[in-house]
Design a protein around this ligand. Structure first.
Ligand SMILES: *Cc1c(COP(=O)(O)O)cnc(C)c1O
Length: 412
């Protein structure tokens, strides 16, 4: 008899986005006229076309694949050398950060990387996760058997939840107790908060003291406008000894449908064996990638490389400015509507306090029913997200302006 992985049965059956989809469908079927003016600011997916530099590079790569002389089969599992070099040079060394080409591992997405990284970490680690949080960090730990069952509020036994509130600027502080693995996401999805240099320094200090590993998700680093906010965990001295960084082309280059990302594993990052010896994680990740992954397509990697060309960089800047222009419009609209607003200044997400006594899902239903706008209820990201909702800036400017207007018309 084949046994299944019982851990999957602990998962709170993909609750958030299916439930949003269900409620939107019911509403649209019952209100076909209102359905025509529906604006979606729920899911965190980009809306604008790929940068022209990327399109040109993709076309050129397709043509190479069409000719036997330039055709490419399997590439290196860790990514082509020219892409690893472009990343290490442009994202790190150009900013004075010490990252070698072969510390970059190219993949088909940060979502997969955030989950796959657990392959190279032990099963007995104490895992710290922010609340609210990107659900991938939680669910992949549930699948790997690192948690107990979930309680009524959806919190899993054995995970260390780090509350994010207005009082800490929605950036968790290092806990008093010991943890071994810490997920940090800055700029943050869902709260739009960013960790300051001092906050990241406190985390690196904690990680070094506790011999812990920080998993730093910088998927939204391109959205940082404040010059004082670090773009990389490696801007903090000591981070090369305690942190892995995840980055993605999804939110800067609009690659959500193309698929390219990378993970940085410094060779100086060690973790402990069962017998207490310290060994580098880099060869383990390399082994994991070469065994379980066969590389990102040549065409896609050429597209990603184009993001680092002068034209590509300028076009990415324009995309970010477009979305952050939306964020400013939405922030202003929500504020004028009398709502308490967070985020949206160094991140494409606005985190909004619901009016007093209104739950996240009640706010969702109200905004859907009266404004015909889809947002994301904060409680779907964790128990501390209750009493908030997230508005995404990934939209056209006209839609962002319309949403801002409709928010002000709402009578709570
Ligand atoms: C969108 C997003 C990513 C990127 O995921 P990809 O798989 O690279 O598209 C990573 N982390 C967070 C928190 C995100 O919101």
């Amino acid at each position: 008899m084949a046994l299944l992985n019982d851990n999957y049965l602990k998962l709170k059956a993909g609750y958030l986005f299916p439930e949003i989809g269900r409620r939107v469908k019911v509403f649209c079927e019952a209100n076909p006229e209102a359905a025509k003016r529906l604006i979606r600011c729920g899911i965190g997916d980009v809306t604008e076309a790929l940068p022209p530099a990327v399109i040109a590079a993709l076309h050129k790569a397709v043509d190479e694949m069409a000719d036997r002389a330039t055709f490419k089969g399997y590439g290196p599992e860790q990514g082509y050398d020219w892409l690893r070099a472009a990343i290490a040079q442009n994202d790190y060394r150009a900013h004075g950060l010490d990252v070698a080409d072969d510390e970059i591992f190219v993949s088909d997405g940060s979502k997969c990387d955030c989950g796959s990284i657990l392959d190279i970490l032990g099963g007995k680690n104490k895992i710290a996760i922010s609340d609210p949080v990107y659900p991938v960090y939680v669910d992949t730990n549930v699948m790997a058997g690192h948690t107990g069952e979930a309680n009524e509020a959806g919190a899993y036994a054995k995970l260390a939840y780090l509350p994010c509130r207005p009082s800490n600027g929605f950036v968790p502080e290092p806990p008093k107790r010991h943890v071994d693995v810490i997920y940090l996401c800055s700029p943050n999805n869902p709260t739009g908060a960013v960790a300051t240099r001092a906050q990241l320094e406190a985390w690196v200090k904690y990680a070094l003291e506790h011999k812990a590993v920080i998993l730093f998700d910088a998927a939204y680093e391109a959205y940082i406008s404040d010059a004082a906010i670090p773009h990389s965990i490696y801007e903090i001295p000591g981070a090369r000894e305690c942190a892995i960084e995840f980055r993605s082309c999804s939110k800067n280059g609009g690659f959500t449908g193309v698929r390219c990302a990378f993970t940085v594993v410094p060779k100086t990052l060690l973790a402990q064996t069962k017998t207490g010896e310290f060994k580098p994680l880099h060869p383990l990740w390399s082994r994991r990638m070469t065994t379980k992954f066969n590389g990102v397509s040549y065409i896609t990697q050429r597209g990603a490389e184009a993001l680092y060309s002068p034209g590509g960089k300028a076009q990415v800047r324009a995309l970010i400015e477009h979305y952050m222009g939306n964020a400013a419009v939405l922030r202003k609209g929500a504020k004028k509507a009398g709502l308490k607003v967070f985020g949206g200044e160094n991140a494409p997400y606005i985190w909004v306090r619901t009016p007093k006594g209104v739950t996240s899902w009640e706010a969702f239903d109200k905004i859907l029913g009266d404004a015909n706008v889809v947002i994301t209820p904060g409680s779907g990201f964790g128990s501390k997200g209750e009493g908030y909702f997230r508005i995404s800036s990934f939209n056209s400017r006209a839609n962002a302006e319309e949403v801002a207007r409709r928010l002000q018309e709402l009578k709570w």
